[in-house]
Design a protein around this ligand. Sequence first.
Ligand code: SF4
Ligand code: SF4
Length: 433
Amino acid sequence: MSLNNFEVKSYPEIWKALGVDVERFEKMRCVLGDIYQTSYLSQENRPNSMDYFNWIMSEIHGGRITEILEYKKEGRPVVGTFCIFIPEEIVIAVGGICVGLCGGSQGPVPDAEKILPRNICPLVKSSYGFKIAKVCPYFQAVDFVYGETTCDAKKKTWELLDKKIPTYVMEIPQMKRQRDLNLWLEEVKDFKLKIEKVAKREISFDDLAKAIKIVNDKRKALQRLNKLRYHKPSPISGKDVLLIEQIAFFDDPIRFTEKVNRLCDELEDRIEKGIYVSSEETPRVMISGTPMAMPNWKIHNIIESSGAIVVNEESCVGTRYFKDIVDDNSKTIDEILQKLTERYMKIDCSCFTPNDERVSQVLKEFKDSQAQGILHYSLQFCHTYNIEAVKIKEACDKSNIPFLSIESDYSPEDIGQLRTRIEAFIEQIKSQN
Ligand code: SF4
Ligand code: SF4
């Protein structure tokens, strides 16, 4: 796809039928297209297999929506999500679709701030704003939203969101004792009943086993991709990997897996031929912290336009989503649900206390990715990640790892200040290596 012909395609008829504010959404669509063009298509030496992901971006507000509406006609449930705690295997087991809803853009934040307090996480404001401003066709298309009790801002916002769209809330335990695992298992079983009710059919052992394979394969493909980008020098930019990690939340899982594996084949070939997007000397930065929902490319843009490369995202839009798979060696449906629950309890979200396994995981990924510094990224007002950054810093100080902690929102206002801090951080990495 050339630099000059990219556009996020327009589907006004479909949007109108979904109740989208078409006039306003058209403007947002054009802005997204412009940002994608300057941030992504201007990169040199991208792998050819990125063409598929460019195509997905051009069809993000039409092609995939059309597919989803077709599935809906067949009675397949469509569930909107904001968190990787959703047991998506259960949704897929009834032929349903999980869609990661928009929550990474500044556009609808002022709409949300007319109702919600200003000093809460931008992800929560952005998500709520998308619904009340009617500027997300996915939000308009879902049967219900999956919410969870991971943080105060989210769990109280679900009560308000439920007035606009049915919002089903699962309780996520905040400790990892046996009794917490038991609670979570009961929540997973209730969620299965909820999905069966919406789909008007029961989930069989085979349905669930098949769904587990689909999602395991998807996570394995992302693990493979991440391992390949760890190569020094890297054969693919951090921005491109972030984009794929974001697309993972709304593309068809089987097609997505196939395309990621195809990209991995190309990356293996690139490594063999010595084709890279960086050099041996390019400073390597790992990002750790809160998720970067589409189209939040701010930090990657700054880092990669400052002469460094991002080599890992220890994040829910990143390794936290795909590092663990479900043990697929079960004989009964109860056993599958138990193993599923155990897999989800491995998520090291900062909502847990204590959460020491995250610190070890950050250090492990730092080593595996051959990174040279860790940038801890926290969305503004996310207390759990902001406070946990203290522990990550202590661990980095102990191991003499260059560390920078930043807190930001989706507005462009702090880009200049962030750039100055990130450039200084890159200089520090250079001087320590
Ligand atoms: S950081 Fe925690 S609450 Fe947020 S998406 Fe990840 S698991 Fe869910
Ligand atoms: S980033 Fe933090 S505050 Fe924001 S929704 Fe996630 S857990 Fe809640």
